[in-house]
Ligand binder design. Structure first.
Ligand SMILES: Cc1cc2nc3c(=O)[nH]c(=O)nc-3n(C[C@H](O)[C@H](O)[C@H](O)COP(=O)(O)OP(=O)(O)OC[C@H]3O[C@@H](n4cnc5c(N)ncnc54)[C@H](O)[C@@H]3O)c2cc1C
Length: 307
């Protein structure tokens, strides 16, 4: 039987209280959100915190709303809540794509968005998703709040910029017109972590305009800007920056998608493991980038509500 080591337990009643508890118990304290990652790691004695600070009662960290031109997601929002959120899916369909393939209903019902990001597993589906959306992470500590781009949030496997005494409180995404987004994942079986996955967000020039002719059509719809994320293939910052650069101003068609996929695959660094050999993962990085781009462009070119 796997049993965690002895640990103290504190229940936070507000974000301020959680921060005070983090300050009081020091770097050996850990925040407990859904516990889906932390508790198994404690059972395996991979981590042995001295104190758990339970934030599950903090309703002030559980919300999804639109304010100030941004979609804001509280760190304690459960996966299932994001999957159910009409406002999130309508603005960024990629969030529903990704949530639909994360784990199973049991994990999604209690696992949190903040916990997933702070766990910083290299195979975490939301890391590539938020990298593609160029989201921002709001972190609170004793000195107040600071905002960090999603692409600077992870500093390595299982490491983030959240310092002892701080906590992640919110993820925000700027809403700009003309966005389409999509997530494509291949796993070994339903509910498993990805072998590889790709995330795409695109903003089009000329979509639906006079003579546009649809994506890749003769009217010449072009990609004004793109965000590309890659998960589980050793991409720097979970992003495919070189492919994004190539996409800026390119025609929104199959040749462009194929070249972006090729560039994305060339610039990632997958390793062979129990999920598959590196060359297979590199192939997936290319193919899934193409599929995600194709779907994102189609969504960007289609009026909201009919996607
Ligand atoms: C069977 C299973 C299958 C899974 N499959 C997938 C999958 O397919 N794809 C995928 O992406 N994920 C998958 N997961 C991971 C799952 O989504 C995450 O484990 C889970 O959601 C983590 O969130 P949590 O709320 O449970 O975090 P916890 O386990 O409570 O915490 C994780 C870490 O984050 C820290 N933390 C939590 N919240 C904060 C905060 N607000 N500020 C600072 N630090 C914080 C904790 O201290 C801890 O170090 C799977 C998990 C399981 C158990």
């Amino acid at each position: 039987m796997q049993v965690p080591a002895y640990v103290e337990y504190e229940k936070a009643t507000s974000v301020g209280h959680a921060l005070a508890l983090l300050a009081r118990f020091g770097p050996e304290a850990r925040i407990l959100a859904g516990g889906h990652s932390l508790i198994p790691m404690m059972k395996l004695r991979l981590v042995q915190p001295e104190t758990l600070i339970d934030i599950n009662g903090l309703s002030e960290l559980s919300y999804i709303d639109v304010a100030g031109g941004e979609l804001r997601i509280g760190a304690l929002t459960r996966h299932a809540e994001l999957l159910d959120s009409a406002v999130a899916g309508e603005r960024f369909a990629i969030l529903h794509d990704a949530e639909r393939v994360i784990a199973d209903p049991v994990v999604r019902n209690w696992g949190t968005i903040g916990g997933s990001l702070c766990q910083a597993d290299p195979s975490e589906d939301l890391s590539g998703t938020f990298a593609a959306l160029k989201a921002s992470m709001i972190i609170r500590g004793p000195g107040g709040s600071r905002t960090v781009p999603a692409r600077e949030f992870h500093t390595g496997p299982y490491e983030t910029v959240v310092a002892p005494g701080e906590m992640l409180t919110e993820i925000s995404i700027v809403i700009r017109p003309g966005c389409g987004s999509a997530y494509e994942k291949v796993g070994r079986r339903v509910g498993d972590w990805p072998i590889a996955a790709a995330a795409a967000a695109v903003w089009l020039n000329g979509a639906g305009g006079p003579g546009a002719g649809g994506p890749g059509g003769p009217g010449g719809v072009r990609i004004a800007e793109a965000g590309l994320g890659l998960t589980a293939v050793g991409a720097r910052n979970f992003a495919a920056a070189e492919a994004e650069e190539f996409l800026r101003g390119a025609p929104a068609g199959e040749e462009t998608f194929a070249e972006a996929g090729r560039i994305a695959a060339e610039n990632c660094n997958p390793v062979s493991d129990q999920r598959g050999p590196a060359d297979y993962k590199r192939h997936l990085a290319s193919e899934l980038t193409v599929r995600a781009l194709r779907r994102a462009v189609r969504r960007a070119a289609t009026p909201r509500g009919t996607r």
